[in-house]
Design a binder for this molecule. Structure first.
Ligand code: PGA
Length: 242
């Protein structure tokens, strides 16, 4: 399994339901990897493209965007952890707010997915974050604490699990918390019940080339989860090179 400790920062591209073979070929042709080998680049295409991307991979890692919480059986349309292992996929995003809001995933499901992933030596990138309403009601830390407590299993540790803080209201909106808010929230996550001190904690939500450097260099931020800007090769290259 990849040694997370060997990397200084992580840049995870979440392509969501975007891209086709032509896009992937073009993207990889134009992608310039950072010279600094301590930057870990992970690209998460839709599942049907995982194997194609993995076969073409060069210095970057490949991640899935979701996984079934069930091992096997009568679950039409699902993708098993075992099948990800067979493809040598190294990472998997779990509990993204789009999965929670559109597909009604709850903390219980996210926890079951993490258990499967950790058992299969695939690194979960577990997304947590508050909605705008929760933020406005001063509930951010309460919501994050509950998500951390209910989603992250005892088998998770800083070597096999990554946390991503993604305020729901910042995803795809162009809005971000202030730099100070990001630092304070990451500090809160890191110190929660003294459990996540050594964990890699990424920030996600409207990261682009104009704000990534300032965010990623914060003491308690270990990288970024990038949606929209990861589909634009120039933007993404600037973010990972900066
Ligand atoms: P965004 O998405 O960068 O487009 O805001 C981030 C994410 O959904 O992971």
């Amino acid at each position: 399994m990849i040694k997370l400790k060997n990397f200084s920062s992580f840049f995870v591209a979440n392509w969501k339901l975007n891209g086709d073979f032509k896009f992937i070929d073009q993207f990889l042709n134009e992608l310039k990897m950072p010279e600094d080998p301590s930057r870990c680049i992970v690209i998460c295409p839709m599942s049907i493209h995982l194997d194609y991307l993995r076969k073409k991979k060069n210095n970057f890692y490949v991640g899935a965007q979701n996984i079934s919480q069930h091992k096997e059986g009568a679950y039409t349309g699902e993708i098993s952890c075992n099948s990800l292992s067979e493809l040598n996929i190294e990472f998997c995003i779990v509990g993204h707010s789009e999965r929670r809001q559109i597909f009604s995933e709850i903390n219980y499901d996210v926890n079951a997915k993490l258990l499967q992933l950790v058992e299969h030596d695939i690194i979960p990138i577990i997304c947590i974050g508050e909605t705008l309403e929760e933020k406005e009601n001063g509930k951010t830390n309460e919501v994050l604490a509950k998500q951390l407590d209910e989603c992250i299993p005892k088998t998770s540790n800083s070597e096999n699990t990554i946390i991503a803080y993604e305020p729901v209201w910042a995803i795809g909106t162009g809005l971000t918390p202030s730099i100070q808010e990001i630092e304070l929230t990451h500090e809160f996550i890191r110190n929660h019940k003294k459990k996540f001190n050594d964990f890699k904690i990424l920030y996600g939500g409207s990261v682009k080339s104009s704000n990534s450097n300032e965010i990623v260099k914060l003491i308690n931020v270990d990288g970024a989860l990038i949606g929209g800007a990861s589909l634009k090769i120039e933007e993404f290259t600037k973010i990972i090179q900066d």
